[in-house]
Design a protein around this ligand. Structure first.
Ligand SMILES: Cc1cc2nc3c(=O)[nH]c(=O)nc-3n(C[C@H](O)[C@H](O)[C@H](O)COP(=O)(O)OP(=O)(O)OC[C@H]3O[C@@H](n4cnc5c(N)ncnc54)[C@H](O)[C@@H]3O)c2cc1C
Ligand SMILES: NC(=O)c1ccc[n+]([C@@H]2O[C@H](COP(=O)([O-])OP(=O)(O)OC[C@H]3O[C@@H](n4cnc5c(N)ncnc54)[C@H](O)[C@@H]3O)[C@@H](O)[C@H]2O)c1
Length: 455
């Protein structure tokens, strides 16, 4: 007789797949409302941001910020360059990450949420198979995030991924990143300042496609001054292992060329993590952007399924939006579909040094949207805040709707742009005009105060 699956949780109210910010937010809201909740994660609990994304990355960044500041002040009161001790830096980083999985499990467990440690699969619309058990849940929430896109060429298996970079015990002498997006650029800056020879290969003609081209040019030029080499318009054909290095061959125009490095990373984008879920069996529709959901984040094909965070088809795949989506799904499960995903403008930052930050419309989008657009723009390393620390790159582009004087887009490259952009986010969300900002009194001297000069 065939072994029968053990059926549990017949009356489970909610099953959440994924324990990142999105999944945890839903699970906690549902259990707080008295619902019977389970959650599953096939990896360590806590998700990408806390374990292998934003947080560990920013800890590693700290040492390079000190390095950059010291470099800029050489001969201006500072004499010796610090040396980044990668091994020690990693040890410091682990202080932030190593406790996350256990703590997350403890917190969820204490709330009465049942925890699973494998990927569930849909058997039917409301039924999952997990850890050899068949589980029925009234609502199923998919919050499985993104995973690296697999590259199609020969030898792509030799590539390492972002998780590997963040856990590197020793920094290799030379590194190639395939992909000049957020991850490739952020890691390239960290590796170059920590002593690696860095090359970035991309099939486009510039890094960071969605960001303002003029500010990206400033970043690219400065990255080159750091020693980072760029190979653009390169169609990677293969990777081979040589004695001590890896060799990447690529086509550029009609020529085939190659370059070698001690380690190579796939930073060519991330895709929805859905391949293990057997979504067809659950009648859950998806496309390349993720689970197809409506404004309530309910699956368009199976009303008992919701999706939130990176894996939903609602842009953009960033932590703050994932948390917001988790909140919306929690509300809709507990109270019935009452809350639509209503996102204000979402700021975004590339944590290179200098930071590149953006919110609202790009120049092209603003010109499409409004009859007349005022562009306030400048390259201003001579402004006091940048000059006092001898920061070489500081530039901005602010977009106003001429008719109303409202700010509709802001793009900044410079030290602390990750912070300054938040002021523009508030300004856009509150339909503030250039005059509103000019009338505000900020602290002085501060980066925030520069916002008045920018508008
Ligand atoms: C290197 C890196 C740096 C980043 N830096 C930033 C930053 O500075 N700022 C920012 O806003 N965003 C950043 N991000 C993006 C950010 O991490 C994500 O937007 C955020 O973590 C998404 O949260 P989530 O809950 O949707 O998914 P996740 O946090 O990815 O959680 C999904 C969980 O689901 C689990 N899972 C996946 N598939 C299955 C399955 N089949 N079965 C069971 N469990 C499964 C995963 O193991 C994971 O724990 C970064 C991402 C990376 C990779
Ligand atoms: N600071 C942050 O907020 C932050 C940091 C890291 C990641 N993230 C999130 O993670 C997502 C993924 O980041 P990412 O850097 O992996 O992707 P990305 O989409 O930002 O960049 C991918 C890059 O790879 C290039 N590329 C794609 N296929 C290629 C190929 N075959 N050969 C050469 N180049 C190729 C693209 O042209 C692009 O420049 C981001 O969209 C973002 O939402 C955010």
């Amino acid at each position: 007789m065939a072994k029968k699956e053990n059926t549990v949780g017949k009356n489970l109210d909610v099953f959440v797949i994924g324990s990142g910010i999105a999944g945890q937010t839903v699970a906690k809201a549902c259990v707080a409302a008295g619902l019977k909740v389970a959650i599953a994660d096939r990896r360590e609990y806590g998700g990408t941001c806390a374990n292998r994304g934003c947080d560990p990355k920013k800890v590693l960044l700290g040492a390079t910020e000190a390095w950059e500041m010291t470099k800029n002040l050489q001969g201006k009161g500072l004499k010796k360059m610090p040396k980044i001790k990668w091994k020690k830096l990693q040890k410091f980083k682990r202080k932030f990450t190593s406790a996350v999985p256990k703590k997350t499990e403890e917190n969820l467990g204490k709330l009465g949420i049942k925890l699973y440690h494998q990927s569930p699969k849909f058997l039917e619309e409301n039924t999952l198979s997990v850890e050899g058990k068949t589980v029925h849940a009234d609502k199923i929430v998919i919050a499985t995030g993104y995973e690296p896109r697999k590259l199609p060429f020969d030898g792509a298996k030799l590539l390492k991924e972002s998780d590997d970079f963040l856990n590197l015990k020793k920094l290799p002498k030379s590194i190639i990143f395939i992909g000049a997006g957020y991850i490739g650029m952020e890691f390239a800056h960290m590796a170059a300042r920590s002593g690696s020879k860095v090359t970035i290969v991309d099939f486009e003609d510039r890094p960071l496609g969605p960001f303002d081209a003029e500010l990206v040019k400033e970043l690219t030029d400065y990255s080159k001054r750091l020693g980072i080499e760029f190979i653009f318009k390169a169609d990677v054909k293969s990777i081979k292992k040589t004695k001590k290095k890896y060799k990447i061959s690529y086509k550029k125009g009609s020529k085939t060329e190659s370059v070698k490095a001690h380690m190579m990373f796939n930073t060519a984008g991330r895709i929805p993590s859905i391949s293990d879920l057997d979504l067809e069996s659950g009648n859950v529709a998806f496309d390349e952007k993720g689970i197809e959901t409506d404004a309530y984040l309910q699956s368009k094909s199976n009303p008992n399924v919701y999706a939130c965070g990176d894996v939903s088809d609602h842009d953009v795949p960033l932590t703050p939006l994932s948390g917001r989506q988790g909140y919306v799904v929690g509300e809709n499960i507990v109270k019935g579909n009452k809350k639509k995903l209503d996102t204000p403008v979402i700021p975004s930052v590339v944590f290179t040094l200098p930071n590149l930050a953006s919110v609202g419309y790009s120049e092209e989008e603003a010109r499409d949207r409004y009859k007349n657009v005022v562009v306030k723009q400048g390259s201003v390393p001579d402004w006091f805040n940048a000059k006092r620390i001898n920061a070489p790159v500081y530039a901005y582009k602010i977009l106003l709707n001429e008719r109303t004087e409202e700010i509709v887009g802001a793009h900044i490259i410079g030290p602390e742009a990750a912070e300054t952009i938040n002021l523009f986010t508030m300004a856009i969300n509150n339909k503030m005009t250039a005059g509103d900002i000019k009338r505000t009194i900020f602290t002085y001297p501060s980066w925030a105060n520069d916002v008045k000069s920018m508008v």
